[in-house]
Design a protein around this ligand. Structure first.
Ligand code: SF4
Length: 370
């Protein structure tokens, strides 16, 4: 089975106060050193894994910050080492407001066909509160820039439950996604992560009921505008669902290269430490995850936990094809005993409702007997 290849680019021009992704503010000299180290790692891992990738995702951080030449080197190394297929989905995360014309042109020239932009909001005051460097006008310009480079598969991130956000703000954001021609929207809730400035000094965010209402507003507006929900936080025009991210939720193999990147390959999980210097020095080989996990890697429980994030849910037929047995009777019984407002269970399998998505951790844990 072809794998998904994830390449982490751990650089940002500044740190957003809510973000706990591994990224640092750095210099072009360090970007050069990282590009060389990442290309070496790609080549080494390609030789070791001897496999093909049909999705390639450059995430971060802000990969577009590397500029056209470094990105071209990385893309060429990846395409060669992992025999990236001609029909592969190749995604680049980018930050609106940066100088993107050369970056997008180079990306498209190397076969790149999908751009993911951190839109987050369409109210410029809210963007400033979130510590973003860009404006709404710059988001639109970035979308147009991608389209001019010939890339029409564009995903926009929309953050929900942010300080002072109203239903009208959410509807405005969705209307702009539609007007600009986005094919995919990731609408996810702001989380106050420990260790981040927002986690340490929380801003005035909407309460739980208000946040739930904002989520429903977003989901309804997106569906009214032709974006079908396919995962808790993800909506897309039909045929534009993220093939790379679906691999994560389908427990398909993927390889993540770069500090903090995770992999699931050969039935095992691996990760790189969050250590840029060690990665550049070549001191951090991809290491098998030896931390004890509550749910065994690749187990039916892990598969169920991931699949239940998708609107397609946990299919009886897919489970049988994968594990050679029907869905466990206890899961079916527990699902049937839960309110139908949270979960549906029939001969085809088990699926969470939109209401269920909002309490997915609790519902899935109950279902699996946790
Ligand atoms: S640009 Fe993205 S990755 Fe970088 S700090 Fe902001 S949210 Fe995090």
């Amino acid at each position: 089975m072809p794998i998904g290849l994830y390449l982490h680019v751990p650089f940002c021009a500044s740190k957003c106060p809510y973000c706990d992704f591994y990224s640092v503010v750095s210099t072009p000299e360090v970007w050069d050193a990282y590009t060389a180290a990442l290309c070496n790692t790609i080549t080494e891992q390609g030789a070791l894994c001897n496999t093909t990738a049909d999705t390639l995702y450059l995430g971060g951080g802000t990969p577009s910050l590397l500029g056209a030449q470094r990105l071209t080197r990385i893309l060429r190394a990846a395409r060669q080492a992992f025999h990236v297929t001609d029909t592969a989905e190749i995604t680049l995360e980018a930050n609106p407001g940066d100088d993107l014309a050369h970056v997008f042109a180079a990306f498209a020239a190397e076969g790149g066909n999908r751009i993911s932009l951190g839109m987050q909001a369409t109210d410029n005051t809210h963007l400033r509160t979130l510590g973003r460097r860009h404006t709404t006008e710059e988001t639109e310009a970035a979308v147009r820039c991608a389209q001019q480079a010939g890339i029409t598969n564009i995903s926009l991130d929309l953050m929900l439950g942010t300080p002072h956000q109203t239903a009208a703000n959410v509807r405005d954001a969705v209307a702009r996604c539609t007007d600009w021609g986005a094919t995919h929207v990731s609408a996810y809730l702001l989380k106050l992560e420990p260790g981040t400035p927002f986690g340490t000094t929380p801003p005035p965010i909407p309460n739980e009921d208000e946040t739930i209402a904002l989520y429903h507003t977003a989901a309804e507006a997106l569906e009214q505008n032709g974006y079908r929900q396919y995962e808790i936080s993800n909506f897309a025009h039909t045929g534009f669902e993220s093939r790379h991210n679906i691999k994560y939720w389908n427990l398909d193999p993927y390889l993540g290269l770069g500090p903090s990147a995770h992999s699931f390959f050969g039935g095992k999980r691996f990760a790189y430490p969050r250590d840029l210097s060690a990665f550049i020095a070549g001191n951090t080989p991809l290491a098998e995850n030896d931390e004890p996990t509550a749910i065994a890697e690749g187990s039916p429980e892990e598969y169920a936990m991931l699949r239940l994030r998708l609107t397609a849910g946990l299919s009886e037929a897919d489970f049988h094809a994968r594990y050679g047995k029907p869905l466990p009777e206890q899961w079916v019984q527990r699902a049937a005993a839960l309110p139908s407002s949270l979960i549906t269970c029939d001969e085809n399998g088990i699926r969470l409702t939109r209401e269920g998505f909002l309490v997915s951790n609790a519902v899935i844990s109950h279902l699996l007997g946790g």
